[in-house]
Design a protein around this ligand. Structure first.
Ligand code: ADP
Ligand code: MG
Length: 365
């Protein structure tokens, strides 16, 4: 699958843009603040229904503009699809081939996309929520049932927490209701946790091979899934935790407390990894995400690399570009503020490539 054509109206710093891309390599160059990342974000919005920077829709509109629209023509394995994402300040409309979804989440996984950014390494140091979110987004693209279970889990967790709050404020505990919530949550806990564990195992071999592709050192990256849910006495422990839950007005155990630990040679990379090792780890993880989704979905995700060359050493840049030129079989968008470097990068490739020079939200001829 690739994006053939993109049209923007009043999207961030683009008042109007029409652009045709290469099915292979697309290089976006331009000074800082010209709109390279915004363009990637527009593509991401069409693929995943929301901004990868988590920008709310009101801020995706050009300042003072009455609406924004993003239209994309995608060439898929089974023909062309048109995605239209419009927002008028109040209402969002998201259409694929002029059809809307009953639930927007049905779109997830149909047009997979992955963005690599220099901020990816933050995930190593941030709290567990960001890592859960990363794997949830990935596994949701790969497995629609997982996404559905996750949404049901959030719903029932909220209901249960509401009940706990009412009790701590003096209401009588409705045991029948609590039991229905708990039974559903226990079932979902097991299912979600099992899928997390299973899909992570499928992802890991590629993390390892991309890491060794990028790094000249013999280092072994790994990811450990940390959960209480899969232990034999989880159901009992969950039940015994009720008093504490009431006291704290929220559910203290379950997959919403899971974490993923990133290791290099069996040691946490957060404490022991150098900056270079952390960067290499995250690029390997993101590229593994690419091959993982491609395998499971049987379609090629769109890959985007936003300014990732700036803080990488030359050896790693070279290895990465070699991989793009030799092994990548899908469409890629690369942003780079330094055109001379990027031009050298894509030169001598048998693949089709186009270079776009962006200036203040417009394409230079
Ligand atoms: N809602 C908006 N309306 C108008 N301009 C915006 C909006 N959001 C962001 N911008 C502008 O977009 C520019 C940043 O674009 P960005 O894509 O991050 O640049 P680059 O990646 O090329 O450095 C900034 O000048 C910023 O002011
Ligand atoms: Mg940028």
């Amino acid at each position: 699958m690739y994006l053939e054509k993109l049209s923007l109206l009043y999207f961030k710093n683009y008042s109007s843009l029409d652009i045709r891309f290469s099915p292979d390599i697309n290089l976006l160059t331009g000074l800082n603040g010209s709109g390279k990342t915004n363009l990637l974000d527009a593509i991401f919005c069409l693929c995943l229904t929301k901004s990868f920077l988590n920008t709310p829709e009101t801020q995706l509109m050009t300042l003072q503009a009455p609406y924004f629209s993003i239209h994309g023509n995608f060439m898929g394995e089974r023909g062309e699809h048109i995605i239209q994402y419009n927002y008028d300040g109040r209402k969002k409309s998201f259409l694929v081939d002029k059809q809307s979804y009953t639930r927007l989440s049905e779109h997830i996984g149909k047009f997979p996309a992955i963005v690599l950014t220099p901020y990816d390494t933050d995930m190593i140091r941030d709290g567990s929520e960001d890592r859960r979110k990363f794997f949830d987004t990935l596994f949701s693209q790969a497995d629609a049932v997982y996404l559905h279970q996750l949404m049901r889990y959030q719903h029932f967790l909220k209901q249960r927490n509401g009940l706990l709050k009412a009790v701590s404020e003096g209401a009588r505990l409705d045991y029948v209701l609590l039991e229905t919530y708990d039974a559903t949550l226990l079932e979902l806990n097991t299912a979600i946790s099992y899928t997390r564990s299973k899909l992570l195992q499928q992802l890991l071999p590629d993390v390892f091979s991309f890491y060794s592709l990028l790094s000249p050192e013999e280092e072994q990256p790994s990811i450990l899934y940390l959960t209480e849910v899969l232990s034999a006495d989880f159901a009992q422990a969950f039940e015994q935790n009720l008093k504490k839950d009431i006291l704290l007005q929220r559910t203290g155990m379950g997959i919403h407390k899971d974490d993923f630990s990133f290791l290099l040679n069996d040691k946490p990379i957060k404490q022991y990894g150098s900056q270079g090792q952390q960067k290499t780890f995250m690029i390997a993880l993101k590229l593994a995400q690419y091959t993982f989704l491609k395998k499971i979905l049987q379609r090629r995700p769109i890959l985007m690399m936003d300014d990732i060359f700036d803080k990488l050493d030359d050896v790693r840049i070279e290895k990465l570009i070699e991989w793009v030129k030799r092994d990548l079989d899908g469409q890629i968008f690369i942003t780079d503020a330094r055109p001379e470097r990027s031009t050298a990068i894509v030169g001598h490739s048998s693949k089709d490539f186009r270079i776009f020079n962006i200036h203040h939200g417009s394409l230079l001829p």
